[in-house]
Design a protein around this ligand. Structure first.
Ligand code: PGA
Length: 253
């Protein structure tokens, strides 16, 4: 996946949805919209559907990715999937640190960092998720939490590696709730994240890193959020499950 220098990126995150047959049909149905779009279009599909989707997406610009990866290279880690396995199956990217993984599987920033490094080492594009919980949001801790997530999840990366990253700001209170952050708030948070990157990894990394927004994005609010100057694209859960709504969003850009 060549994310370019802040070309808009639209990624669907299917979570634990769709069989292989459903996934294949979706990719075929999305091809025309992706061909007509100026943005980079990705689908983070279940592990079982990666190879089939990558095959179906071959003649299209659609990038297929995973929703997680092991932090280990290989070995006795029952149930895990390595970065090399993802690459072989045809994945171009993987999401790491999604809030559902942080919450249900107790992943922390150190693990997220190891996973992102593992992806970089085999040439896969990491999509690193960060975001504050409702409690943190209401306690005014948003900036503090995001700065910590960025510093720890991207720890020890070079400015060049950070330039190549996609980060997704996903406020936990906005995911699957129908309550997206307002475009102005998203812009303010993204500008803040970019300033943290600037401070630690320098101006070039800050201007090249892609920062997506995720959390209750729909056909109705996608435009206004993605039009913000520091928003480089969208990570879409629920609205990526229906071909009609996902194509509708992709066709806007
Ligand atoms: P949502 O999920 O669009 O359904 O809120 C976004 C995500 O979890 O990535």
């Amino acid at each position: 996946m060549n994310k370019g220098v802040r070309t808009k990126v639209i990624i669907g995150n299917w979570k634990m949805n769709k069989t292989i047959a459903e996934a294949r049909a979706f990719v075929a149905g999305l091809a025309a919209a992706a061909n007509n779009s100026k943005c980079i279009v990705g689908l983070a599909v279940p592990f079982t559907a990666i190879a089939a989707c990558a095959q179906s997406a071959k003649e299209t610009p659609i990038a297929i990715g995973a929703q997680n990866v092991s932090q280990a290279e290989e070995g006795a880690f029952t149930g895990e999937i390595s970065s090399i396995m993802l690459k072989e199956a045809g994945a171009a990217f993987a999401i790491v640190g999604h809030s559902e993984r942080r919450r249900y599987f107790h992943e922390d920033d150190r693990q997220v960092n190891s996973k992102a490094m593992r992806l970089l080492s085999v040439g896969l594009q990491p999509v690193v998720c960060i975001g504050e919980t409702l409690d943190e949001h209401e306690s005014g801790l948003t900036k503090e939490v995001l700065s910590r997530h960025l510093k720890q999840s991207l720890m020890e990366m070079t400015p060049r590696e950070v330039s190549s990253l996609i980060v997704a700001y996903e406020p936990v209170w906005a995911i699957g709730t129908g309550r997206a952050a307002s475009p102005d708030d998203v812009q303010a948070v993204h500008a803040y994240c970019r300033s943290v990157v600037h401070q630690i990894w320098g101006g070039e990394a800050a201007s090249k890193i892609s920062i997506l927004y995720g959390g209750s994005v729909t056909l109705a609010n996608a435009d206004a959020i993605a039009a913000q100057p520091d928003v480089d694209g969208l990570l879409i859960g629920g609205a990526s499950l229906s071909l009609e709504s996902f194509c509708g969003i992709v066709e806007k850009f």
